[in-house]
Design a protein around this ligand. Sequence first.
Ligand SMILES: Cc1cc2nc3c(=O)[nH]c(=O)nc-3n(C[C@H](O)[C@H](O)[C@H](O)COP(=O)(O)OP(=O)(O)OC[C@H]3O[C@@H](n4cnc5c(N)ncnc54)[C@H](O)[C@@H]3O)c2cc1C
Length: 469
Amino acid sequence: MIERDRPPQAPVDIAVIGAGVVGCAVARRFTLDGARVCVLEKAVDILDGASKGNSGILHTGFDAPVGSLEQRCIADGYAEYMEIRDRLGLPLLETGALVVAWTEAEEARLPALLDQARANGVADARLLDKAAIKAREPHLADGARAAILVPREYVIDPWAAPTAYMMQALTNGAHLMRGAGVTAGAFDGDLWRIETDAGPVLARAVINCAGLFGDRIDAMLLGDSHFTIRPRKGQFVVFDKAATALVSGIVLPTPSATTKGVVVCRTAYGNVLVGPTAEEQESRTDAATDRETLRMLIDKAATIVPALADQPVTAAYAGLRPASEEKDYRVRVEADRRYITLGGIRSTGLSAALGLARHAADLHATFAASTVPLSEPHWPRAPRLAEHAPRDWAEADNGGILCHCELVTRREVAAALTGPLAARGLGGLKRRTRVTMGRCQGFYCSAALADVTAGRLDPPMALPDRADD
Ligand SMILES: Cc1cc2nc3c(=O)[nH]c(=O)nc-3n(C[C@H](O)[C@H](O)[C@H](O)COP(=O)(O)OP(=O)(O)OC[C@H]3O[C@@H](n4cnc5c(N)ncnc54)[C@H](O)[C@@H]3O)c2cc1C
C-alpha cells in the first residue's frame, strides 16, 4: 500500500508537478524566493523518472545550439551549482572532458565545434594534438587524431544534487506529497484545484515539471499540448572501481546532429561508465537493459580505452530521456491561467535544472505578484557519497559498515530513512546511500538491510536468490 502524504490545508502559491531534478530545483527556487510551494509526485519517492539514470555530467553547454534556451539554462545552472555546492555539500570531480575525433571527417568538424563552444561562452575550450591527448588520457586507444579539451566539463553526483535541492525546499517550508499522482485539475480564474491520488490541492499557479509525462499533464490541465514526448532510452554499463586507473576524465565522441554519442567517463562514486545509447521507443516507463546492447557498449568502451576490455563490470542501467519532436526545451506560459510548462528537458536537465528554475521564476513574475525572498534560509547538507571526498565510514560512531562494497554505514542508512525526505522505496534508499549498488549488488548485505528497513519500504525488500544456500 503506497504511503501518501496529505495535501496542505491552505492554498499554496505554487503547485509543482513532478519531483525529478527539474521539479526539485523549481521547488527550491520558489521556496527561497518566499513562495508557499507544494510538490506533487506520483511515485513513492522523488527522482523516479528520467532523473533516475543519467551520466552525471555537469555540462558547460559548449555544444548546445547557440542562442537556445537550453544553452542559457545550462550556463545559468552551471554557475549556480558552482556557487551553492559548498554550502549544500555537493561534490565536484574536476575532470574536464575531451571531445575526441577518431576519423578524418570528425577531425574536420572540430574547428566548427570549437567556434560553437566559444560562441556559447566556453572560452577556455581548446584544440589538443595527439601528444597532448596522450598526456591527459594515457590509456586512450592510439587512433585518436585530435581533440577539443573542455576544461570545466565536470562530473557530479546526479542524485545528491536534486536530493539537496528538495531538502532545501522542505527545510525552508515547502510541502512534498509523494504518492500524489495528478489526475485532473481546473482553474476558476483565481485558484487551481488539482486532483491527486492523495487528495485535492489548491494553488495560485502551476508549474508542470512532469518529465516523461509533461505533454499528458498539459493535455489534462490545459486541454492540449504543444509537444509530444518521444522517450529515448540510454543504456549504460558500469565498470568496477579499479577501472578509474584507466580513465582520468570524460571522453566524448565528436557529436553528431542527433546525439552526443557514447561517452566513457568516471563517476562521482569511483567507477567508470560507458553509455548512453539513444534508442527511440514508445514506452515512457520501460527502462530495461538488454544483453546485446550491453555487449556492444563493452566492446565500444574497449575501442576507446582498450584496457577496459579486461575490467569487470559491476552493473548496468538505463535512463529514459524526455525527448520531443524538437531539440530545444518545450517551455509554455499561460499567463491567464497562471501555468508554466518546463517540458522536453531531454539530455541536459541535471546541468540546467537550477537555471531552468530561475527561468521559471522570471516567467512567473510576468503574471504574479512578487514574494519576499527568505532572508536567512537553511542550508541542509547532501548525503556524502562521492568517492574522492570524506565518507562516513571513516568517522566515529557510524554504527559499522552495512554495505562493504560501497562502504555504506548503518548511520547513513538510518539517516536516509528519517526526516522530511525519508526514503520510502529501495530505489530511493539506494539513491541516497548507494547501499547494494557495489560489485556484489546486494548479495551480502541484503539480509541485514531487510532487517534495518523492515516496515519502512514500499514494496518491502525481496532477498536475492542464493542458489548455493
Ligand atoms: C541516458 C541519459 C543520460 C543523461 N545524461 C545527463 C548528463 O550527463 N548531464 C545532464 O545534465 N543531464 C543528463 N541527462 C538528462 C537529465 O537526466 C534529464 O534532463 C532530467 O532527468 C529530466 O528531468 P525532469 O525533472 O524534467 O523529468 P523526470 O525526472 O522524469 O521527472 C518528472 C517527474 O514527474 C513525475 N510525474 C509524472 N507524471 C506525474 C503525475 N501525473 N503526477 C505527479 N507526478 C508525475 C514523475 O514520476 C517524475 O518523478 C541524461 C538523461 C538520460 C536519460
